[in-house]
Design a protein around this ligand. Structure first.
Ligand code: TRP
Length: 451
């Protein structure tokens, strides 16, 4: 099996998706996820949203709207891993591990942070006025998003390239410090889709909420129509030839049209189609493609518990990858179980204890005795004589109950005492060293097995 390319991207949940988001990011991502070679991880970056927004209502609404938009747009949750960042507790945990290796100087250079500082300085404020640690550490959280799943490709806008580079930087540093030759993290690459044009907005600038020039996506046909009617055009009258290549209305049309539709529209504009009619054509084109997903969108929004279920399944899939990987990383930095720490000796003891065995027998005189044999079958102890089997059995039980052994050495041998009486003896040894080794072996053999 060839390894599939893992494609991962996050969507910050602060707004309502508009037509520009759809054409520029959502539609291409859904298409990319249909490639048999793609293993896509798409998530709602709702922890990132908290950095930019302190309005809980808006955060919640945006999470739902974005989830519904992607699902309505045809995202197949059986093919991709679709989840909310905040459902993956391993991500903030990894964020901390990465925070501890990320150079502060690296984060000082982040564009978003620097822009805020510059703005403060310009207006004579304290350089860090209004800047939270969240904003400052934004790239580390994003690095955790990416590195947690060892993404190969990260489709992002140009403004995010630096963040992907920082993820590489931080991941590399972690690999170097803790990998011991092993590369824990895959080095991600930013994927900038050159072919998807950024859609122009109503006024011809990039469509963006901050310019208030967006065309709504799934709210309603009427809203879409109203927005389209506000697209700025030149003042050429009906009948006058229009220049398609200098019309952002035409660019918008192009982003949704087939080649044939595009050519027909171009010809009509050149022949003097009126702008009002042109807007109508654009509306018809968009509505023909978006009315079905719009319907699905409203269905999804009216059944939030269905979306909740889908996202929890997605979280489960993501955590099945994240949890074992994080366990490895914790191990690597030294956050290890105290029990596992002693793994080697405990395992050895268990094995010996399991294998060591008591063998009882009866002497010719009718007395009961037993031998304790090591795993290797070597005699560790030979008991004294007991009048009956019950007593002999009770002694073997007591020897295995984990209490400190009362061992008394005599020359190069030793005996085992219980309640003030010798109950068993070792063989004789060549010297004290071998005797002490035998005592150690006996202690190991009698260590109770805990499960
Ligand atoms: N910062 C990204 C943005 O604003 C969103 C995001 C968060 C992201 N984590 C990510 C994108 C991980 C790609 C990979 O667009």
């Amino acid at each position: 099996m060839t390894t599939r390319t893992r494609i991962l991207t996050g969507i910050t949940t602060t707004g309502t998706p508009h037509l520009g988001n759809y054409a520029g990011a959502i539609r291409p991502a859904i298409l990319a996820s249909q490639d048999a070679n793609a293993d896509s991880f798409y998530f709602l970056a709702d922890y990132h949203a908290l950095i930019k927004c302190d309005d809980p209502q808006r955060i919640q609404r945006s999470r739902m709207e974005i989830a519904a938009t992607w699902l309505a747009g045809g995202l197949d949750v059986n093919r991709v891993t679709f989840y909310r960042q905040s459902d993956i507790p391993e991500i903030p945990e990894l964020t901390w591990l990465l925070t501890c290796v990320a150079a502060k100087g690296l984060l000082n250079r982040a564009h978003a942070y620097k822009a805020s500082v510059d703005k403060n300085v310009e207006s004579g404020e304290d350089p860090d006025a209004g800047i939270s640690m969240g904003l400052y550490s934004y790239p580390v959280l994003m690095a955790a998003d990416i590195l947690m799943f060892n993404a190969h490709k990260v489709p992002v806008g140009r403004d995010q390239i630096q963040h992907v580079e920082m993820a590489r930087d931080i991941g590399q540093r972690f690999n170097h410090l803790f990998g011991n030759g092993k590369e824990f993290f895959t080095m991600p690459e930013a994927l900038i889709e050159e072919s998807v044009a950024t859609l122009p907005g109503l006024d011809g600038r990039k469509m963006s909420k901050s310019y208030d020039n967006t065309i709504p996506l799934f709210t309603s046909a009427k809203d879409m129509k109203d927005a389209i009617s506000r697209i700025v055009t030149d003042s050429r009258a009906p009948g006058e030839a229009k220049d398609p290549d200098n019309s952002h209305l035409f660019t918008l049309f192009q982003a949704f049209a087939s080649k044939a539709q595009e050519q027909e529209f171009r010809a009509e504009l050149l022949q003097g189609l009126g702008w009002g009619e042109a807007k109508n054509r654009l509306f018809q084109l968009l509505d023909s493609q978006l009315s079905e997903p719009r319907e699905r969108y409203h269905q999804l929004m009216s059944r939030p518990s269905d979306m909740e279920d889908l996202l929890l399944i997605g979280a489960k899939k993501a955590r099945a990858v994240a949890a074992p990987f994080l366990a490895e990383l914790r191990e690597a930095v030294g956050l290890r179980s105290f029990v596992n720490q002693a793994a080697a000796p405990v395992a050895a003891k268990k094995k010996a204890a399991k294998a060591a065995r008591f063998v009882s027998f009866r002497e010719d005189d009718g007395s009961f005795r037993f031998r304790l044999l090591s795993a290797e079958g070597e005699q560790l102890l030979l008991s004294r004589n007991f009048a009956d089997g019950k007593t002999a059995g009770a002694v073997t039980k007591q020897l295995q109950n984990g209490d400190a052994l009362d061992l008394r050495t005599e020359a190069t041998g030793f005996s085992v005492w219980l309640d003030g009486a010798a109950v068993a003896d070792s063989a004789g040894f060549a010297d004290e060293t071998s005797r002490d080794a035998a005592i150690a072996a006996l202690r190991v053999a009698l260590t109770p097995i805990e499960d």
